[in-house]
Design a protein around this ligand. Structure first.
Ligand SMILES: Nc1ncnc2c1ncn2[C@@H]1O[C@H](COP(=O)(O)OP(=O)(O)OP(=O)(O)O)[C@@H](O)[C@H]1O
Ligand SMILES: [Mg+2]
Length: 527
């Protein structure tokens, strides 16, 4: 036993001397005892309520108050500590009654040397029971977390599946809106309506994108990303959405800051944070600041920001003069589906997506907020050095891409996608043959290989994957540029595709936005 185990003992006993004797024995056995004696029911109950006892010892028969009554009162408290009868009068039968009633053990006053070992044994057992209870509670907590995680996972899979199909449908809607607008004079009354369809469609696409990011478990391919362009682009998007009463200010360091990341996801993070900031103004005037600086995070700060390693970081922040949050809200904001917005106005996914993206970037996020004063979200992302010049491919500006009759073959099993693509390419001056069957597309290349300038194929098609198709095309015409479009561009896919001669990739979701600039770049369009 521990040399001096400190314990607090409650003694139920009419004789002060007997208690002192018992305590002396316990001290001699190595206990550091503190004790209190009570000898009636009221005092016992008061003591039980008041004290943080480690054990109770009780006489069996006292004037006007029985040991069994004491035991009853003790049991009513639900305490799990040793209750040991110490008695001179206890006979074998009474002892049986006492044990049946739930006493831990009994010790005869003429054999008091048993008290210390009995108490020690009972204390150990109590500690075991307590540990067991704690372990069981922990297990229940884990089970709850696990079932919560499983629920989220199946929800994620389901949502991801729906979102994926939904995305293609939205693509067709948005693409056709674009085409229809091209057919109309700007003054035509339907132009405004098409604009509304487009706005709603874009909102739906944002939502789908949130769900896709949220449900995607795979690691994203990360590249060196310059943060200034990401912020500036977000700034541009926000300026058109925010009402005039909301000021938007950028405070960015002059020197470029780079992180290893995914530009689209980082933009999504800024959009989600800024949208929340705007909503926190609740229709009133206010100011949002987006800031960027390069910082060196030291070991102590890294420890305080979960998930960070010490070293150079990009510190991005979004602060607002909105409603702020109380502690109870702040603790829950990263939970999926947690929202304080009325039904229909918030899904509660915004910040869980932000959190997921930040974690996937090996970063950390912290929140400061004062109710009524506003909030600041701080993001720390590990900084990397500038990429070699060639890797910094910038997306071309908004200048329209014009082709000159170059022939593009577009293969996708989804017919609505191909129809929109043909429309977009032909309007831009390209010739486009679309196919929904790989065999037909391959036959078209085989019949007149030199009449084709670019081959674009979907990756995920029934029967034959885009990779197989690319391989066959490149064996027929090794110099023909090939592009693969996929909803999930993993590192593995990129590597395999590069080996079979694929020269560029299209993020499926963004086909209608990115296809023309990409085609222009590959075919060297005059812009
Ligand atoms: N800048 C902020 N100021 C005050 N409260 C905020 C701020 N950002 C987030 N919150 C609180 O956190 C909650 C969760 O935010 P989150 O972005 O995850 O979901 P949402 O904005 O409610 O819905 P969604 O983004 O899915 O449309 C919000 O409902 C709001 O209560
Ligand atoms: Mg939000």
């Amino acid at each position: 036993m521990n040399a001096a185990q400190a314990i607090k003992v409650l003694a139920i006993e009419d004789s002060e001397n007997d208690v002192r004797l018992a305590m002396r024995l316990l001290r001699r056995a190595g206990f550091d005892v503190e004790w209190q004696r009570v000898d009636d029911l009221a005092a016992l109950q008061a003591a039980l309520v008041r004290g943080d006892w480690d054990a109770v010892i009780s006489d069996f028969s006292m004037p006007g108050f029985s040991g069994l009554e004491a035991l009853n009162a003790f049991q009513a408290t639900g305490l799990d500590i040793p209750f040991i009868f110490v008695s001179g009068t206890i006979g074998e039968e009474t002892a049986v009654v006492a044990m049946k009633a739930g006493a831990s053990d009994y010790v005869m006053k003429d054999n008091m040397s048993r008290l210390a070992p009995v108490l020690e044994r009972e204390l150990v057992q109590c500690a075991r029971r307590a540990a067991h209870r704690e372990a069981e509670a922990e297990l229940r907590r884990f089970e709850l977390q696990l079932s919560e995680a499983q629920k989220m996972e199946s929800l994620g899979t389901l949502a991801g599946g729906i979102a994926h199909d939904f995305n293609n449908i939205l693509g067709a809607i948005l693409g056709n809106v674009e085409l229809a607008r091209g057919e109309l004079e700007p003054a035509h009354p339907a132009v405004a309506m098409l604009g509304e369809i487009q706005k709603a469609g874009l909102r739906a696409r944002d939502l789908v994108r949130q769900i896709l990011t949220f449900s995607r478990r795979e690691r994203q391919a990360l590249h060196t990303v310059a943060l200034h362009p990401v912020i500036n682009e977000t700034h541009g998007l926000l300026r058109v959405t925010l009402p005039a009463a909301v000021e938007l200010e950028l405070r960015l360091v002059d020197k470029p800051v780079y992180v290893n990341g995914d530009a689209t996801q980082l933009q999504q993070v800024l959009m989600n944070l800024s949208t929340n900031a705007w909503h926190a103004m609740r229709g009133e005037a206010g100011r949002i600041v987006i800031g960027l600086e390069a910082v060196h995070v030291d070991a102590a700060t890294a420890r305080s920001l979960s998930g960070l390693a010490a070293g150079p970081h990009a510190h991005l922040w979004v602060s607002d003069t909105g409603s702020g949050m109380d502690d109870a809200t702040r603790k829950r904001i990263f939970e999926p589906f947690f929202t304080t917005k009325p039904t229909g106005q918030g899904t509660g996914l915004g910040l869980s997506v932000v959190h997921g993206i930040v974690v996937a970037h090996q970063g950390s996020i912290a929140v400061e907020s004062t109710p009524g004063r506003g909030s600041t979200f701080h993001l720390y992302l590990p900084a990397v050095s500038a990429p070699p010049a060639a890797a910094s491919v910038s997306t071309p500006a908004d200048e329209p891409v014009r082709g000159n009759g170059e022939h593009v073959i577009y293969l996708d099993d989804d017919e609505t996608v191909t129809l929109v693509v043909v429309g977009l390419l032909e309007r831009a001056g390209y010739r486009c043959s679309s196919f929904t069957e790989a065999a037909a597309a391959l036959a078209a290349v085989a019949s007149s290989p030199d009449a084709v300038d670019l081959f674009v194929t979907d990756y995920n098609m029934p029967g034959r994957s885009g990779l197989d198709v690319a391989q066959e095309v490149s064996s027929m015409r090794p110099t023909l540029p090939i592009v693969i479009s996929s909803g999930l561009l993993t590192d593995e896919l990129r590597a395999k595709a590069s080996r079979v001669g694929v020269c560029a990739f299209l993020e499926k979701e963004d086909t209608f936005r990115d296809l023309l600039p990409l085609v222009g770049r590959i075919l060297g369009a005059e812009t």
